[in-house]
Design a binder for this molecule. Sequence first.
Ligand code: GLU
Length: 306
Amino acid sequence: MGVGRFAPSPTGQLHLGNLRTAILAWLFARSTGRQCLLRIEDLDRVRSGAEEEQLSELASIGLEFDAPVVRQSDRLSSYLEAIESLREKGLVFECFCTRKDISGAASAPHAAPGAYPGTCRNLTAEERAARAQQRPAALRLRSAVDQFTIQDELFGSYTGVVDDFVLLRNDGSPAYNLAVVVDDGAYGIDQVVRGDDLLSSAPRQAYLAQLLGLPIPTYAHVPLALNVQGQRLAKRDGAVTLEDLSEKGLNGAQIRAYLLESLGLPGTSLQAALDAFKPSDLPREPWVVEPEFIVDQLMPPASHNR
Ligand code: GLU
């Protein structure tokens, strides 16, 4: 049996867009007979208490995940082992660049915009020792390709940049791309469903999976939630979390129904949505959220509680 996952970062409460992605991850997994794991991506940007809030928010819209809940902060040794195995194959180099060094460097001919310019790729041992006096090194992957193609349920075949991306940051913490790939591999995750802001990371991750001898998962990058200005939905946009909406009198089942209907699925139950779920019928456009409109739609006028 395969495994899917939802992997929130515990930076705060989940908003409607995050909950919609969670529902999609669950539907994609369950509709294909997969388990669905929850992974807390708590390597950085953690807000204390956010993990507990997110777990209870997912429960209150009725999503059940398979055990165990994985926490990245418990898995540091696995990330370091993976980096070590790459290092043994000569696939890792030390990089002393600051962000400014990278943005100011002339990029290599034909390099993709934003790709690492290769500054530290071929330093001599003496040069490395001299730079190490100035600042600690990050570790980067010595990539043999500059692009890689993945298959996505919604985007089809997608080719994107692979550069010498960071594996270990210079504060000693594993980078997002490395941790995701190691975890997906360790837990048998063969289906990755997440917001389409991460589509451009998928080629790097798939390439890294291949280098680590791990199977490449299938991907489904799903539309993000936006505010009416077309920006990524955020807490400042109004009543966008379950807590905000429950203060206005809405419960988890009503919100779940609203989210399912926004996906063109029946809102009556998760099972009904699962029965009707067909990836090819999903909306492909970003989901524009107007919090006031949601409350108006779901609450009978007399009971408005503002
Ligand atoms: N933790 C990431 C986020 O919340 C998702 C990472 C992933 O699904 O690979 O945006």
